[in-house]
Ligand binder design. Sequence first.
Ligand code: HEC
Ligand code: HEC
Ligand code: HEC
Ligand code: HEC
Ligand code: HEC
Length: 497
Amino acid sequence: MGETAPSAPQQKTRLWPLAVVALGAAAVTFVAVALLTNIFERKHTEVTVARVVELTDTTYDAATWGLDYPAEYDGFLATANFTASGHSTALVPAVAERVVAGDDTVYPDSRDQTTASKLVADPRLVTLWKGYAFAIDYRHLRGHQWMLTDQRETLRVLARQQPGACLNCHASTLPVMEELGQGDIEAGFAAMNKLPYAEAAALAEHPVQCVDCHDPETMALRVTRPALANALTALKASQGIADYDVNRDASSEELRSYVCAQCHVEYYFAGEGKTLTFPWADGLDINAVWQYYSEVENADGTTGFTDFTHAITGAGVVKAQHPEFETWSAGVHAANGVSCADCHMAYQTVNSQKVANHQVTNPMADPNASCGACHSQSEAELRQRVDVIQNRFVDSRDRALDALTQLIDNIGQAQGVSEAQLDLARQFQNKASFYVDYAYSENSYGFHAPDYLQRILSQSLDAARQGQLALLGMTAEQLAASDVALANAEAADGLGI
Ligand code: HEC
Ligand code: HEC
Ligand code: HEC
Ligand code: HEC
Ligand code: HEC
């Protein structure tokens, strides 16, 4: 491991979530008190396993770690299994010979089965992303063992040009970055990002491994992804904290979510170097992210980042992707110090040892295990709570998606409309698209932060309808938020509406 290798995070006590919970409990009900008792009991156990083999920073293969930690390794291997959810109920046979419109190549598929296509289930998405790779192949997610295979086999990679930066979240990248940077991780990161995808992927052997989340000597959690380390430094700077170093400054409790935030976040590739970047320098709220993208300086002197030009309308559009971490951050669980691992890697007992379930999967596969440590409701009640949240989410999401596809059709068919009106309508399309996409590609169907996602969907719906009004001749001034609304938004989060 080179000199810029991530250092072990310091073990600290879990003070901040307890403090927040304690305040909440004082103010709220006995329910919170009951929950609190449970959280206090959830201190993690020290790892006291006698080692069979020595583990170092170059022990890349999880199988070797598995000799020392068989229970965690069993869970890890189980990420190859498919876990059904209400939205993704079964795998489907892979199509051996795939074709893409306007392309003579036949693309084979080495997989026997894939997850179901979201584009087939919801053709509105094809309209949303017309002209972009996502409109040709977009599927449900599955377990971590599949991340590298599913990326190598997607038509988004085979039929379109992609950079090595894609690899950051789909492989165990330490060996790749080490090799390319000759021991210097940041240099290796830069080199990997700008390689053509196939060249970078040829250097990768495994999907995410133990070494990506754990320090081999202490087993403490750590961040090995430069993009997250850099993004947290920028985010903390925006909050007045200088020189934040996640592996030095984060608590072990925070790391139980940060290890996931290495990948489950909105991202873009910045500049010619295709540098994987999380757009957090103005904050984590979607309004701050939107502002960030609108201020990006492009190489050609223009301002504002977009991923693609929409094939029907000509609008520049930003594509959103899986912002689970940012969304969770805005929810009630994060506010109470409940981490990703609490629900997705709940403790189980194996041979009388307390083991975090390393089959990181859908918590609703076993609500008693995932939620039961804090919630005393029956399994049926827990399912009902989640169903209600998700059904309301889908209802609002569908209104927003319908409105946006109508706007896209309207712009495409517009006649006798001035260039200024069209431009304004396209700007509203971009905003409506990014906002609904953010909520849609967040994979919890509303659960991680129900009210926050409802706000985002209402912003999307509003932008889509405003785009239609722009086509009818209303100006930006006429459509602007009222002074009262602006003042309220300013007072609430300072970001405008
Ligand atoms: C910042 C981390 C990150 C980067 C960079 C990234 N992905 Fe992913 N990708 C994820 C996560 C997390 C998931 C699972 C969540 C989901 O499916 O929405 C995923 C899912 C996928 C899937 C399976 C579901 C689907 O969308 O069909 C494919 C294929 C995929 N990514 C391809 C790519 C390609 C191609 C690139 C480069 C353009 C890329 N990824 C870059 C994090 C990333
Ligand atoms: C190296 C990047 C990376 C890291 C780190 C990571 N994920 Fe993932 N995760 C992915 C990708 C990519 C997929 C989708 C794989 C596919 O569809 O082929 C995924 C899939 C999932 C799934 C779906 C599993 C299933 O069985 O359907 C869940 C849940 C999940 N991740 C949660 C987490 C949590 C919680 C953490 C932190 C403990 C985490 N992930 C860490 C990249 C990552
Ligand atoms: C309070 C519990 C809880 C916490 C904390 C939590 N999640 Fe989830 N997560 C859920 C539930 C419930 C679902 C919805 C599952 C469903 O649709 O059936 C979900 C869905 C997901 C999915 C889609 C899984 C699938 O199989 O469809 C991913 C990926 C995910 N969460 C990642 C994360 C990440 C990353 C974090 C932390 C930043 C996190 N979650 C925090 C409970 C939680
Ligand atoms: C995506 C990140 C991630 C990966 C990959 C991962 N772990 Fe973990 N691991 C965690 C988290 C989160 C915890 C919970 C830590 C805590 O409680 O503070 C954990 C806990 C542990 C612990 C402490 C005991 C326990 O079970 O709570 C051991 C030992 C461990 N993991 C071993 C492994 C091994 C071996 C592998 C590879 C086969 C692995 N981990 C892969 C995130 C990961
Ligand atoms: C580590 C503890 C912990 C775990 C695990 C946990 N929760 Fe919670 N949950 C909380 C706390 C704390 C609150 C906030 C209670 C309050 O403010 O009164 C909460 C609140 C909720 C709420 C109310 C949400 C809202 O917006 O008001 C729902 C619904 C919920 N949890 C469902 C779940 C489900 C489903 C799971 C399992 C997938 C789960 N929780 C796992 C601690 C937990």
